[in-house]
Write a protein that binds this ligand. Structure first.
Ligand code: SF4
Length: 940
């Protein structure tokens, strides 16, 4: 018997620790003076020693069978948490309740108080059968197949107090489902009974061997039908089989799933059939999971049409004692004194008459419990983490609350996308079956280690149940909001109609896997023990360090990806080699002074560094508007202002402030050893509009030049190999011209539609005082080779998200991005309704007139209007400027459209204000500004 746990279990059964607990309580024995095996044995009574809590504290896990709870029981637990603990009660993913912060002197008191209200914490930890749960609304649902609560209690009675069933090789999870739509949870239990009707009779289908944890596995279907009366004997048969034949050699391979793998599903069935003759159903298809996650928050009608269940959202399962006490009071006052805990870490009050619904919800709201949770509170789950859990690697509930808060400020909506966070590989928050699963790890960065998370995508429900696939390993905790925003927005922008988040990412990640051919793509992680420097290769660190026997959380992952860029250190001009983690040194810490901006260069790319409230922030060094040098900008009130045109950006988010709508890329920074490090890969654009459009720098050949209007030309470049990615109509590119030996970049809007016959067209207006546009007009000829960078910008039409009728409104040179959008519509979405309104001074100034008129004549859904501020006598169309009155005359149902505006600032301010007054939501008005006169310092 090589497994140490089996040695001390054989020496003394867990049940026999109680006299010691009473003795320690009477003596107030410090935790450090209690032998570890006895501390472990206390879990047989539901008491868990907590090394991370205040010295010597214990947690009590209370078994809530079938999630049923009376108001008296809830109030007794709340009082216990208030009087004896930290005042915190957690609802777990097995519908248990946990009270944190108990002293050793309290343990017998807790046992007595629980017994007085008919509760127990017995056998809720270690190698026991854990809480047996059912659908939280079992017995109340109008359309359930069978009420499974009694069966849950009968199964529990089988093993509670039974010495044999309290000495299993590892824990066993059991649950029963009496509804027609079992959720994903049932596929990760050791033993699941799923109700079905066959020829009018109620049976259960059987799943065995599911597990979350370090080696997750979905349960196997045993092709039998179990009658309700056979549930307890079948459970007994499986427990006996596991107790007698389960491996006790290696705790990592002691779960029931490994026994199933060893003897096969047929072996499990044979062992059951020997004891309980079951009807075989080899032709019956395996049970199917529900197409969505359980919906347990809100009002739910019960079988009795006058009664309701009030499902309350408990963010991350954490209740204050006062909230649990209030829930008991509400259940007594407005219901029949009964509550439910849910496996989604929630709470429900049942049997509320229709007339009391509002009063009950109001009382719940008074203590911060709601039936109207937002998508972030509803779709997130976190385990206990380092706050209380002994083996946690990272904080979880605090980290998840911060994550929710950040995503809420960024107005990210999850729409049912589930995020689960576990603090270690044990997966108590079931991260493998979440859409976005987060597993806590320690990540080594430069010097020292920090908390991070491995991110898995594609788990959970997507027509079937899947375990998530690894997406990014070792994401820093503070980077999570950006990475989550990125994957959610990518799904929103690119998924096919009807495709779930899980299905979208599974497809992407499986494709990525298929594309990987090198062995190095599956290089295992390297971990290093921070106590003895022992190195370990593998998916997870070992439970104990083979070098010094330290615990798992001493291990930090070593980031071995070597970045390839070099940086120029800002204050010295010297170059610095790249460092681990993709960070490069860009400046001495002292070089970036509070309230100032400093320019830095990495691999030829410029960045603007600034220090605000002691923190160093980094933005792109090139203004996304016209390419101004942000590194030479001014810093005030947390915003950088571009020296060319005065556009300003929030340094913490990159969001455009004045004007709003065009944002700047932000980059991650670190300060280590009095040096500032920057990670050149962007943290991601900060708004949904930007997504992840790629850009590049390339030298393109000029194919042709066309005159469009006086002083306006189109320059057509050869881009047949897509060296400059152009996926979004409305964006701009930057052109480089050498002036007096200095590379000078200037931004110009792309007028061609994306992927137009291999050409990239820039419409350029000559600026008499602008060095770049003059150079382009005078020296660049067909055949010339020109450096171009792009495409960039947040002003673009997104056909996947912008489904409303479009209204394109431009004045003067602002026509260019509209032309790109119009050309895109003509080529790809000719049915999409579009009204194009353009204002110019004279007929000769109208750019792209013939082509727009042709679209108007050819496409029934495309309408083109032009109005002139200085018409001559021959002009027979609109006269005057483009103003609200003109737009109101030609646009139908003003609030129903999406608007793109481009022109001088005053023109856009007027229209934007009018659209807002007319009821058009702000997020349906896109603006792009251009300047009517040369700006001092501009090179255009
Ligand atoms: Fe503790 Fe790990 Fe379970 Fe979280 S997943 S509660 S950290 S054992």
């Amino acid at each position: 018997m090589g497994n140490p746990a089996e040695v001390w279990k054989a020496e003394k059964h867990g049940f026999d620790v109680w006299p010691d607990v009473v003795r320690h309580a009477a003596a107030g024995t410090p935790m450090s003076d209690i032998a570890t095996p006895d501390l472990e044995r206390m879990k047989w009574y539901g008491f868990f020693y907590r090394k991370h809590d205040a010295p010597g504290r214990y947690m009590n896990r209370i078994r809530i069978t079938a999630g049923e709870l009376t108001a008296d029981q809830a109030q007794a637990i709340a009082l216990m948490a208030y009087e004896l603990g930290h005042g915190i009660v957690d609802v777990t993913t097995r519908a248990n309740l946990q009270v944190q912060g108990l002293a050793v002197t309290h343990l017998p008191v807790v046992e007595d108080r629980l017994a007085a209200v008919g509760l127990t914490g017995r056998q809720t930890g270690h190698d026991n059968v854990r809480n047996v749960f059912a659908h939280p609304f079992s017995g109340l649902l109008p359309d359930e197949v069978i009420d499974t609560r009694e069966l849950c209690h009968a199964v529990t009675a089988l093993f509670i107090g039974n010495r044999d069933y309290a000495d299993l090789p590892r824990k066993i999870n059991i649950c029963l489902n009496g509804t027609t739509e079992p959720s994903a949870h049932f596929w990760t239990q050791d033993l699941s009974f799923l109700a079905c009707r066959v020829e009018g009779e109620v049976f259960f289908q059987l799943l065995v061997g599911g597990t979350q944890g370090q080696n997750p596995h979905l349960a196997w279907h045993v092709p039998v039908l179990v009658r309700p009366a056979q549930v307890v004997p079948v459970t007994g048969a499986v427990l006996d089989l596991f107790r007698e034949q389960g491996s006790r050699e290696d705790r990592h391979r002691a779960r029931l799933r490994y026994l199933v793998e060893r003897i096969g599903v047929s072996g499990v069935e044979a062992a059951i059939q020997e004891r309980v003759p079951l009807r075989r159903a080899p032709d019956m298809p395996p049970p199917m999971p529900a197409g969505r996650n359980d919906d347990l928050v809100g009002w739910f009608p019960q079988r009795d049409p006058d009664l309701w269940t009030m499902g309350l959202c408990v963010p991350l399962g954490r209740l204050s004692w006062r909230q649990l006490e209030a829930a008991g009071v509400i259940a007594k006052r407005w219901g029949d004194g009964r509550l439910r805990t849910t496996h989604e870490q929630g709470l429900a009050i049942v049997n509320i008459p229709t007339g009391f619904k509002d009063a009950a919800a109001t009382d719940a709201a008074a203590v911060g419990l709601s039936v109207h949770a937002d998508s972030l509170s509803l779709n997130t789950m976190a385990c206990t983490g380092t706050q209380f859990c002994n083996i946690a690697v990272t904080e979880t509930k605090g980290a998840m609350f911060r994550l929710i808060d950040t995503l809420r400020r960024r107005t990210l909506m999850l729409h049912g996308i589930r995020i689960h966070m576990s603090g270690c590989p044990s997966s108590c928050a079931q991260h493998f079956t979440a859409d976005i699963g987060l597993k806590g790890v320690r990540v080594r960065r430069l010097i020292g280690a920090r908390e991070g998370f491995d991110m898995y995508l594609g788990g959970g429900v997507s027509g079937d149940i899947h375990m998530g696939l690894p997406y990014r390993l070792g994401v820093d905790a503070e980077q999570l909001p950006l990475v989550i925003e990125e994957v959610v927005h990518q799904y929103y922008l690119k998924h096919r109609s009807g495709q779930t988040f899980s299905a979208y990412w599974r497809e992407r990640l499986q494709q990525a896997e298929a594309a990987k051919v090198g062995e190095s793509d599956y290089r295992p992680s390297t971990w290093i023990c921070e106590r003895c420097d022992h190195q370990h290769l593998g998916e997870d660190p070992p439970v104990f360090c083979p070098g010094c026997a330290g615990v798992r959380r001493l291990f930090a992952r070593v980031d071995v990806d070597a970045p390839s860029v070099a940086s120029v250190v800002a204050d010295t001009g010297t170059t610095s080699p790249p460092r681990a983690g993709g960070f490069v040194c860009v400046a001495a810490d002292s070089a970036v002074v509070e309230g100032t901006v400093t320019a830095a260069t990495v691999d030829g790319q410029s960045y603007a560094l600034c220090r605000v409230d002691g923190e160093v922030q980094a933005l792109d060094g090139v203004c996304p508007h016209e390419g101004g040098p942000l590194g030479e900008g001014a810093l005030a009130n947390g915003a950088i202002t571009c020296p060319w045109h005065g556009w300003s950006f929030n340094v913490r988010t990159g969001c455009g402030i004045e004007p709003a709508g065009l944002d700047c890329t932000r980059y991650e920074t670190r300060i280590e050893n009095q040096k500032i490090y920057l990670k050149p890969s962007p943290l991601g654009m900060v708004t949904a509009a930007h997504g992840d459009a790629p850009s590049a720098t390339a030298t393109l050949t000029l194919l042709a030049v066309r005159d469009e209007a006086p002083g306006v030309r189109t320059f057509q470049f050869d881009n047949h190999t897509d060296e400059i990615p152009h996926a979004r109509p409305g964006t701009f590119a930057q052109v480089c011209v050498s002036i007096d030996g200095v590379d000078t970049w200037r931004s110009f809007t792309v007028s061609s539609a994306p992927a137009t016959a291999g050409a990239l067209e820039l419409r350029i207006k000559r600026n008499p005082g602008g060095a770049v546009s003059n150079a382009l007009f005078e020296t660049i000829r067909p055949g010339s080779r020109v450096r171009i960078r792009g495409t960039h910008g947040g002003f673009f039409f997104d056909p996947e998200r912008h489904r409303e009728p479009l209204v394109l409104i431009s004045a003067g040179s602002g026509v260019t991005p509209m032309m790109s959008i119009a050309r895109y519509l003509a080529a790809h979405r000719p049915q999409h309704p579009c009204t194009f309104i353009h204002g110019a001074r004279t007929a000769a100034d109208i750019i792209f007139r013939r082509e727009c008129q042709d679209l108007h004549d050819r496409l029934p859904s495309f309408t083109y209007y032009v109005t002139l501020s200085r018409p001559d006598a021959t002009w027979d169309q609109g006269c005057g400027r483009v103003d609200p009155r003109y737009v109101a005359d030609v646009v139908k149902a003003v609030p129903a459209n999406r608007y793109f505006l481009c022109g001088p600032a005053g023109f856009m301010d007027t229209l934007r204000a009018w659209l807002s007054e007319s009821g058009v939501p702000d997020d349906r008005v896109h603006t792009e500004q251009f300047l009517t006169a040369p700006i001092p310092g501009s090179m255009g």
